[in-house]
Design a protein around this ligand. Structure first.
Ligand SMILES: Cc1cc2nc3c(=O)[nH]c(=O)nc-3n(C[C@H](O)[C@H](O)[C@H](O)COP(=O)(O)OP(=O)(O)OC[C@H]3O[C@@H](n4cnc5c(N)ncnc54)[C@H](O)[C@@H]3O)c2cc1C
Length: 469
């Protein structure tokens, strides 16, 4: 932090020891959000976390795999709990299709444990590198047909509150804590255990259809939603025109697999994929190359693969999120199903007017949230996931702020919402328009965390501001 650096220099000039130097920096995968913290603790036991909360007087922040992009994992001068070492499988019951894990474990490691039992995760993101804790913290979702936010596949959690108390929570027990902590971005307590429902693994056959965006909702409602065999589905809305969609569906099949690997191996060689991404992001021609040549070629082959293999995409197949003066970043907007075309039109107008370098827009369906206080799906929704490239100088970040706020307004005008793990650009008023139950979340936080100990950049932006309203 520049002010601390200046203080250190001033102290050195006076011949005094620089006691104010930062002790550690926590940053996320984009490297855009360095935060000076007091100390980093990598706990291995519940007792260590309880003891840390009871002995450390100041703020506490919590981090998983660090793929959120706006400082949601850290607060200035906090004790940072790096949960990545708290990652054991505690119990697996294959007959009841249920697993209990510590939250620092990644989806990929769970897949390796459940695959021999022909089981798969019921809901997870597209990539398998995230931790369970970070995914619960944001209440993530994936491409699963007939599913919604992750919370719907969680049977129970255990969490440690600000005073060091360990509590169990589920939809029927301490349900306020359950629905507050899941999707609560580390603001309610430290989740130390989660019991998740599992699904069957099995071969999935890939099918793809290209159509105008105007036909897509009907296609989804008549062909995909009602299809009991459809397991995963999403649609690519191609930039820079945003009128053509490629729908990709993975359905249960009795056919033999064409890809024998049951799991996606780690440490794969993704040089070609990364290079192609650079080409696609470099110009309009790159995007046309993808739409007209690369993807038709890719999807011309027959593909039947195991569910756990398709659900194991490796984030390293993407170009590194952080670059020199640039970053690849994400945003996501949710709108009620009936509003999807109206929102898509506004999305197109805003992205084109601001000449945003969008690489991909992925459209997914998600069912209504069962009750989290910070629900992003207050009804059944279509999600629009934007993957884009930006420059990172202050004026470029300002430019991103401007179009982000326009998109947030466009989504909330349709009764929709925006996703909170990404760069924090929305105003306090926009946050409340998208999350109308935030007042109940903050009331719960005041009750269980009266001294506002669980902090990070997200809650410093919206919770502290809430107190000042
Ligand atoms: C390339 C890419 C693709 C993505 N795709 C999807 C997608 O398909 N669907 C989707 O929903 N999201 C997606 N995301 C967003 C992603 O789900 C979130 O950023 C998620 O938080 C990442 O998990 P993590 O382990 O990195 O969490 P972190 O970023 O480390 O933490 C996220 C939040 O959870 C809190 N937290 C972490 N652990 C705990 C704990 N034990 N107890 C309490 N709070 C905790 C943190 O304080 C923080 O507020 C994507 C992100 C990227 C970069």
């Amino acid at each position: 932090m520049p002010s601390r650096r200046r203080l250190a220099l001033a102290l050195a000039a006076l011949g005094l020891p620089a006691t104010a130097h930062p002790r550690a920096v926590v940053n996320d995968a984009t490297l855009l959000n360095p935060v000076d913290v007091d100390r980093i603790l990598v706990p291995r036991t519940v007792d260590e976390i309880v003891a840390a909360l009871r002995t450390h007087a100041g703020p506490v922040s919590i981090g998983g795999a660090r793929y959120s992009m706006g400082g949601q994992i850290a607060a200035d001068r906090s004790l940072h709990l790096d949960m990545r070492g708290f990652d054991r499988v505690l119990h697996l019951n294959p007959a009841e299709r249920r697993i209990t894990v510590q939250p620092g474990i990644t989806w990929r490691r769970i897949q390796a444990v459940i695959d021999p039992h022909d089981l798969a995760l019921q809901v997870m993101q597209s990539y398998a590198d995230f931790t369970v804790g970070g995914s619960l913290g944001v209440n993530a979702h994936g491409r699963y047909v007939g599913q919604g936010p992750l919370v719907s596949s969680v049977e129970a959690i255990r969490l440690i509150l600000a005073d060091g108390t360990l509590v169990a929570a589920s939809p029927t027990r301490n349900s306020d804590l359950f629905y507050g902590a899941i999707g609560g971005y580390g603001g309610i307590g430290v989740i130390v255990e989660a019991t998740l429902r599992l699904a069957d693994n099995g071969p999935l056959e890939r099918r793809t259809h290209v159509m105008p965006l105007s036909s897509y909702r009907r296609f989804f409602e008549t062909r995909i939603g009602p299809d009991a065999d459809a397991v995963m589905h999403n649609a690519t809305l191609y930039p820079d025109d945003y009128t053509l969609v490629r729908a990709v569906t993975f359905s249960r099949t009795g056919r033999a697999v064409t890809l024998p690997n049951r799991l996606t191996a780690t440490g794969g060689d993704y040089r070609i994929e990364r290079r192609l991404q650079e080409v696609i992001s470099a110009s309009h021609c790159g995007k046309e190359l993808r739409r007209r040549i690369l993807e038709p070629l890719l999807y011309s082959t027959d593909s039947v693969e195991w569910r756990n293999h398709q659900a194991g995409l490796d984030i390293h197949s993407l170009a590194p999120l952080a670059g020199a003066g640039t970053a690849y970043a994400l945003q996501e907007y949710f709108v009620p199903v009936a509003a999807m075309e109206r929102f898509a039109q506004q999305l197109r107008a805003i992205l084109r007017r601001h000449e945003v370098n969008v690489i991909n827009v992925s459209i997914r369906h998600a069912r209504k949230d069962p009750g989290t206080l910070l629900a992003w799906a207050r009804t059944d929704v279509f999600a629009f996931v934007l993957y884009y490239r930006q420059q990172t100088a202050p004026r470029d970040r300002e430019a991103v702020r401007a179009w982000t706020r326009e998109l947030v307004d466009a989504a909330t005008a349709q009764g929709g919402s925006f996703y909170l793990p990404y760069q924090i650009h929305a105003t306090v008023a926009q946050f409340h328009a998208a999350y109308p139950d935030a007042g109940r979340f903050f009331a719960l936080k005041r009750r269980v965390d009266p001294h506002n100990r669980f902090r990070n950049k997200l809650w410093d932006a919206y919770h502290v501001a809430d107190g000042e309203r």
